[in-house]
Design a protein around this ligand. Structure first.
Ligand SMILES: Cc1cc2nc3c(=O)[nH]c(=O)nc-3n(C[C@H](O)[C@H](O)[C@H](O)COP(=O)(O)O)c2cc1C
Length: 406
């Protein structure tokens, strides 16, 4: 049995193999990525199976080698879509002139071309072919068109070709292929291997079967953080309280309604996470008694409230070496209130959100944030929530890199 380095699903590489003599190098390419901790999913064209067997690839990669679109239907009828959405990258090595033509023209007539068309993951291509095929005007046009769509080409190199000729068309060295992809991905996926729990939205506390105490949080900030972190390679679980936003692709969404359910889910997933971003607006109070029947219209009514569970307070007790980031929505004494929360809840960072500003905060597309850490305060200013999420992620990355936890 081959020994395998520990792989992580957050680094999943689809390795496309097409019909070239150089396909005999695909096992070495797969091994190169597996040594770097990648899970490699081999996808072979029909022609590729003439040069290397699916059995060889699956023995090396430790999972099924895909040779047909209809292989995929066993797990899920749309699993070509789920597989392509899980991929950190797609690499086609070696790539024939034929696959270049298919990809440049959007053909989807087999597993590999369909996966590529359905994937938003970065695409790397290492061509290998006879020099005349490579220099053919049509092949060059296909390469230009794929480059315009951000495909990254690795090689080909000049040297002796399988057909016995000398020239350009030789598959790039295995180490060059592996290192080029890894370098490009480590810049793009700076959260690869990280597990992050994010909360979003606003909890609801029932008064009767119809009414509740809620708040104006839309969940946009938390969703933006989850999407940013997922796009940068993290595995993300999103605990979502009453949001009407669509589930972000590739993020595990756990829906809750009340502060009690939010606490239960945060506790259940805390040991899994390396960092927690608490952006949900959790109600501070809930009715002492929930009425079974709808309260009838009539006289004035008073509802007795009680404190809800203190989720951040609970996490502070068991924080250990995990990173905790909070948000504070404040309408007065923004900095001092947020700084107090930072200290009381043993947070590493808090983003104070000024909800008095026009068109920012709850439900708005914008946030006006100030980042407060135990060592200082930094005004972030008014930003689109997607931009603010990128800043939150950068700050989290600094904490991961420095390993200085407060
Ligand atoms: C022995 C042999 C070697 C081949 N080597 C290459 C090659 O290096 N590059 C290439 O583009 N096509 C090569 N071909 C042609 C492809 O296998 C052919 O175009 C096939 O349709 C490609 O299918 P695919 O792109 O779906 O894998 C070779 C064919 C044979 C018979």
């Amino acid at each position: 049995m081959p020994t395998r380095n520990k792989t992580d699903d957050s680094k999943t590489l689809i390795l496309g193999i097409t019909g070239c003599i150089a396909a005999y190098k695909s096992p070495d390419i797969a091994r190169g990525f597996m040594k770097l901790g990648y899970k490699v999913v081999p996808v072979l064209t029909k022609a590729a199976t003439q040069f290397i067997t699916p059995l060889t690839m699956q023995s090396i990669c430790g999972g099924k080698a895909i040779t047909s679109l209809f292989d995929l239907k066993n797990d899920n009828q749309f699993s070509h879509l789920s597989l392509s959405s899980q991929a950190s990258a797609v690499l086609i090595a070696p790539a024939t002139a034929n696959i270049l033509s298919k990809l440049a023209n959007g053909t989807a007539d087999d597993a590999l071309s369909t996966l590529v068309l359905a994937s938003k993951a970065p695409l790397f291509i290492a061509p290998a072919m006879n020099e005349k095929m490579y220099q053919n005007r049509k092949t060059q046009k296909n390469i230009d068109s794929l480059k315009k769509e951000n495909a990254v080409f690795i090689g080909p190199q000049i040297g002796s070709l399988a057909c016995g000729e000398e020239g350009v068309g030789r598959l790039a060295k295995v180490s060059l292929i592996v290192n080029s992809v890894e370098e490009a991905l480590s810049d793009k996926y700076d959260f690869a291997g990280k597990k992050i729990l994010v909360t979003a939205g606003g909890t609801r506390e029932a008064i009767d079967p119809v009414r509740f105490i809620g708040n104006r949080s839309s969940g946009k900030m938390g969703y933006a953080c989850a999407i940013e972190l997922k796009n940068r390679g993290a595995r993300v679980k999103l605990i979502s309280a009453n949001c009407s936003l669509s589930n972000p692709e590739g993020v595990e969404v756990i829906n809750v309604e009340t502060s009690k359910q939010m606490l239960e889910q945060v506790k259940a997933n805390f040991s899994w996470a390396q960092a927690v971003i608490m952006s949900a607006a959790v109600s501070d109070f809930s009715p002492k008694k929930v009425l079974k029947e709808k309260i009838k219209k009539g006289k004035d009514l008073s509802v007795n409230l009680q404190k809800t569970p203190d989720i951040l307070g609970e996490l502070a007790k068991v924080k250990g070496n995990k990173i905790l980031i909070g948000f504070a929505a404040e309408s007065q004494d923004l900095i001092s209130n947020a700084a107090k929360k930072l200290k009381d809840k043993k947070l590493d960072l808090i983003f104070a959100n000024d909800i008095t500003k026009k068109d920012s905060g709850f439900s708005s597309a914008y946030s006006e944030l100030t980042c407060i850490s135990p060592v200082g305060t930094e005004a972030i200013g008014r930003k689109l929530k997607e931009e603010a999420a990128a800043i939150v992620a950068d700050k989290l990355k600094e904490l991961f890199d420095s390993k200085i936890l407060f």
